[in-house]
Design a binder for this molecule. Structure first.
Ligand SMILES: Nc1nc2c(ncn2[C@@H]2O[C@H](COP(=O)(O)OP(=O)(O)OP(=O)(O)O)[C@@H](O)[C@H]2O)c(=O)[nH]1
Ligand SMILES: [Mg+2]
Length: 580
């Protein structure tokens, strides 16, 4: 084997492995067809292209194909002169393909060099034909028998019917035809116009597969007429060169066709197999066409695989969008004062008191420092009720928005290509509500603790009077929380939130009195950013089952480029002088 041939085989094998490993997990438009096409390609490479490329000197393999009842098995028996294939009036009869070879050549077919997916069932040369069986196992088997009825250099497969009512028959027939060096295509005077055979024949023609047509069971009086019509159709299908053999309808002699009818076919086959040059001419012609078609179809498979990438990316975008929307809603709900109603407001007002002091704080901002000092003269009020109310408010908000994000993904995936199955999988993995609550609570507490730490740190940098700080880090901390929840930038503006804003502004003034305006702005900004981070982390955690489901698909984003590169590699090796 020449080096270039060797490298073409190696590269074809890489292409084969690449194709075999492509998943089509998302049920989008072309997925099923693409998967079938891929499986067919991998079969074709394993069954035929690779072994033939490696051994151009192996015996030729002719596959006898056609519709059920066309007389394929009868033809095989008649060519060999012995009964090896079951033929009967039962439709379809042949289900397990039967490979026949010369006794000296069994080693070529015994192992899984060709058709490795079919289990070998060896039958004695003189055994009677294996009766038709409806056991489903026979479709994954290959019956093998040696026979002296064949010359060396030629093996024949009697195949199941191509347009069978039995699915597996059709599949096996297609697989076998794709693995043949040569087709013996059997049709009848009654059925030669059927659609399925012509689809296959046109396909074979486009690949330049070597094909012979056997027109069986032709009433003698219409031979010329039917031959002319069939010839015309063959020319149209691109098979002008295909030899056409006619077998006239006759009463069978012991189930065999009359010798004068089959002799020309036997002779033609014999001439193809007679010498290595002729054999390799046939093998090369079909092989080259097959490689060309494999490369073309591989590109289509690569393209279909890329659509999986696109579909997956779209599904991921839907998750990101839901997360962003939830964050946006969280952002506005924690800045528009809506959290400062009900419980939080009541507890805050309790904390700061609603009496004269705060009215005067609002009125006399200039003297705030003194006022604050006065305020904190007594024992500071307990901060826990406010903290708890804020915690509860934030917790409820986080839970609600997180769940709404899931509902958004749910809705989007239901209508997005391939999303439905994945959705069910992701929803099964979703944490329970109790876990969500626990996790959300952890984030809120962490955020609150972070704020207190911030206040403490800020306080440590400055010289404050002991009394000022006696308001307590906690008191200042909740003042900061209230300020943030009432405003976007640490600056409270009035509007319809007069009640909340009015009392919230007290917190802000307190902070400003202690830390100064700039520091308050800075702290508020940072605290808001942290709240956003916590929200983001919580959302990402809760939405993990969706992203994990996408990651678990095993879709390679560069699949098309990889397939195209592998195809180009094969072409390059061919151009270097492999098989051209
Ligand atoms: N009279 C006559 N009968 C034929 C001829 N060829 C086949 N038959 C009969 O037609 C029936 C079907 O033939 P088979 O050889 O089993 O057909 P097949 O193409 O192998 O069919 P499947 O195995 O079902 O795909 C059998 O009963 C044969 O005896 C023929 O030229 N003349
Ligand atoms: Mg048959």
């Amino acid at each position: 084997m020449a080096n270039s041939t060797h490298s073409a085989v190696v590269r074809l094998r890489s292409l084969r492995d690449l194709l075999a490993g492509i998943p089509f997990p998302l049920a989008i438009d072309r997925a099923e067809r693409a998967r079938d096409a891929r499986d067919h390609l991998v079969h074709q490479l394993d069954d035929y292209v690779l072994p033939r490329y490696e051994r151009l000197d192996a015996p030729l393999l002719a596959v006898v194909g056609g519709s059920t009842g066309a007389g394929k098995s009868t033809l095989v028996n008649s060519l060999l002169g012995v009964d090896v294939a079951a033929s009967s009036a039962i439709r379809p009869t042949t289900r397990r393909p039967l490979l026949l070879h010369h006794p000296a050549e069994s080693s070529w077919f015994e192992d899984d060099r060709i058709l490795p997916s079919l289990a070998r069932v060896r039958v004695a040369p003189d055994a009677p034909p294996t009766p038709a069986s409806s056991d489903p196992a026979v479709h994954s088997e290959l019956e093998i028998r040696s026979t002296r009825g064949l010359p060396q250099g030629l093996a024949i497969i009697d195949a199941p019917d191509i347009d069978s009512i039995v699915n597996e028959n059709r599949q096996v027939a297609a697989q076998l035809l794709a693995a043949a060096d040569l087709w013996l295509f059997v049709t009848t005077a009654a059925r030669y116009a059927d659609a399925v055979p012509w689809d296959l024949l046109r396909d074979a023609a486009s690949r330049n597969t070597v094909v012979a047509i056997i027109l069986d069971r032709v009433p003698p009086e219409v031979v010329d007429e039917v031959r002319t019509d069939l010839r015309r159709r063959l020319v149209e299908a691109g098979l002008a060169e295909a030899p056409l053999f006619t077998i006239e309808e006759s009463v069978l002699d012991g189930d065999h066709l009359p010798e004068d009818q089959v002799a020309p076919i036997r002779q033609w086959l014999g001439s193809l197999a007679a010498d290595a040059t002729s054999r390799s001419r046939v093998a090369r012609q079909t092989l080259l066409g097959a490689v060309g078609s494999v490369l073309g179809n591989a590109a289509d498979v690569g393209e279909a695989a890329q659509q999986q990438v696109v579909a997956r990316d779209t599904l991921r975008t839907r998750v990101v969008e839901a997360e962003e929307e939830a964050l946006r809603r969280l952002g506005s709900a924690t800045a528009d004062g809506s959290l400062l109603r009900g419980e939080v407001l009541a507890r805050w007002q309790e904390f700061v008191g609603t009496g004269d002091f705060f009215r005067s704080v609002e009125a006399q901002v200039g003297r705030i420092r003194d006022r604050v000092s006065a305020f904190v003269r007594g024992a500071p009020a307990p901060t826990e009720p406010v903290e708890a109310a804020i915690e509860e408010g934030l917790l409820t908000l986080l839970e609600a928005e997180t769940q709404r994000a899931v509902a958004d993904v749910d809705h989007a995936w239901r209508f997005e290509g391939g999303g439905r199955d994945l959705l069910a999988e992701a929803l099964r993995e979703l944490p329970t509500e109790a876990r969500l609550r626990g996790e959300a609570s952890r984030h809120v507490v962490e955020w609150q603790d972070g704020l207190l730490a911030m206040v403490r740190e800020e306080g440590a940098d400055r010289r404050f009077t002991a009394r000022m700080l006696s308001l307590g880090v906690n008191g200042l901390g909740i003042a900061l929380m209230i300020t943030i929840l009432a405003s976007t930038g640490g600056v409270i503006t009035g509007g319809e939130l007069a009640a909340a804003g009015g009392t919230a502004v007290v917190g802000q003034k307190l902070l400003e009195a202690v830390f100064g305006e700039d520091a308050v702005r800075r702290m508020a900004k940072q605290a808001r950013a942290r709240l956003n981070e916590h929200g983001e982390q919580l959302l990402e955690w809760y939405l993990t089952p969706f992203t994990a489901a996408l990651d678990g698909l095993g879709i390679d984003p560069d699949v098309r480029a990889r397939v195209d590169a592998a195809i180009a590699d094969v072409r390059a090796a061919q151009a270097e002088g492999g098989l051209e």
